[in-house]
Write a protein that binds this ligand. Structure first.
Ligand code: ZN
Ligand code: ZN
Length: 148
């Protein structure tokens, strides 16, 4: 048995809060696997802090110690924009989903993405944490992508 990590490994990590094994998303970058999303604990909801997952409040001791948080992340510019656009016209569940982590895959967040539509990354549509198939299955319509 060897402890050597291969660049092709996508290792699970224990959650520092509850000890459950957590996984993250990795992409194949040709010379190895690169982590492209934070580790997230399905058991207790803790998330590894990073871009899009760090609270906009000062970090508490446990967060500084572990690098993980259980608090909602600072809103992304898209989330802030949506919040101000729809503040008076949509349901509380919808507003609540705006506060969820950008990568949250709960049913409310799927409904949120379906309502808002895909996000333009500059080169293609992004459906946040969902796949195009999931987005369509949730009732979303994918507009034709036009590059200028
Ligand atoms: Zn946990
Ligand atoms: Zn959610």
């Amino acid at each position: 048995m060897s402890n050597r990590m291969s660049v092709w490994d996508t290792p699970d990590k224990p959650c520092p809060y509850c000890g459950a094994m957590c996984s993250a998303e990795f992409v194949d970058i040709g010379v190895g696997m690169q982590q492209c999303g934070p580790y997230h604990c399905e058991e207790c909801g803790a998330t590894e802090m990073g871009p899009g997952t760090t609270p906009d409040k000062p970090l508490i001791f446990l967060e500084r110690e572990t690098g993980w948080t259980k608090r909602p992340a600072a809103k992304t510019p898209l989330q802030q924009q949506v919040r101000s656009l729809f503040a008076d016209t949509v349901s509380d569940a919808f507003m609540e989903a705006s506060d969820h982590n950008y990568r949250c895959r709960c049913p409310k967040c799927l409904a949120w993405w379906v309502t808002i539509g895909p996000e333009d990354t500059g080169s293609e549509w992004s459906f946040g944490p969902f796949t195009e198939a999931e987005f369509i299955a949730g009732g979303g319509e994918v507009p034709e992508y036009v590059t200028f």
